[in-house]
Design a protein around this ligand. Sequence first.
Ligand SMILES: Nc1nc2c(ncn2[C@@H]2O[C@H](COP(=O)(O)OP(=O)(O)OP(=O)(O)O)[C@@H](O)[C@H]2O)c(=O)[nH]1
Length: 382
Amino acid sequence: MASYSQEEEKHYREYGPGCEIGSFPKDFVYGPDDPDQDISLIFAPDQKPKILLMGLRRSGKSSIQKVVFHKMTPNETLFLESTNKIESENISNSSFVQFKILDFPGQIDFFEPSFDSEKIFGGHGALVFVIDAQDDYMEALNRLHQTVLRAHKVNPHLRFEVFIHKVDGLSDDTKIETQRDIHQRANDELVDAGMEQIHLSFYLTSIYDHSIFEAFSKVVQKLIPQLPTLENLLNLFISNSGIEKAFLFDVLSKIYIATDSSAVDMQSYELCCEMIDVVIDISDIYGKDEGAQVPFDKESSSIIKLNNATVLYLREVSRYLALVCILREESFDKQGLIDYNFLCFRKAIQDVFDVRKVQLQQLTSSLSSPILQNSHTNGPTT
Ligand SMILES: Nc1nc2c(ncn2[C@@H]2O[C@H](COP(=O)(O)OP(=O)(O)OP(=O)(O)O)[C@@H](O)[C@H]2O)c(=O)[nH]1
């Protein structure tokens, strides 16, 4: 208990109360989506991608999951108990962000007979390996190497994402040096094992700032088959509307599922995240109808003018998806054009979902037909 309060005090001192992540109202949770926006069909149950969270004990796996998907504040993670068995959770059954997340205990032994590698590493998904950057990371690198080799052998399509985590305790120079060192060592080991074709992506993360949300956004985006289409739509939308940057957000987790092709800078991302928080908080206080379960609906929108001649423009695309844009004040003179373009953009997104819905319905009906069921086992494509 004593060590908790010391650590907590340290974080409050360093980051202040303003650094609380996840300030959504506690009762704003994923729920049934609008019937006309039922994007839960984007992935059939058996096609849902999975994200495997692995790493040594106390590296921060459960904290990441709780902060990103359960609105837990970073300081609350100090109370988390060690995970003793594989914990699987479906992240949303109704939002566009659709996957299964599996949190592994740090001490898991792949060579135990009960560890079913085929089942765990098989299928569509990503393996997120968390390394505690505040600790000696040699053992973690060793475990990363074994895990990657084992997983790649079972499933060569699995993506590998390495979170160099807890970097909040490191200076900027140390962060860069740590990332370079871990990158170098991990890749050298793969080359020595003759596995240079395995690609590892590295991210510097911390639950005490937005870096964990940004990194998770990138991991999730790679699992969304419609990503190139969404990016193209965003590019078209911003170039025809005089907008500088646009993010398509999953409102609950603040993961951005797509952005236009211009580079993402952390500040813009943070600004957009904060706008979502402000809009939800205000809607929660003033906008809640009697009986309405969530403060957001697909008609929600907001415009915030900053004193540096920048405008933030938020529109709901569906109950859990919001488009958040940053633009210069002078471009906002043509708000009518932007509003109109947004409606076209929203319609186009709906069309993307509809195509996928039809494909999945066809797949479902073919599975229920005995003749076609046979053809499915021969491998139909969807
Ligand atoms: N400074 C800092 N501490 C963190 C961060 N993320 C997690 N922690 C702390 O790390 C400790 C361990 O976190 P857990 O999430 O329980 O770690 P785990 O990897 O799930 O551990 P096992 O369940 O034992 O495998 C907790 O005290 C967290 O508060 C971070 O980004 N920065």
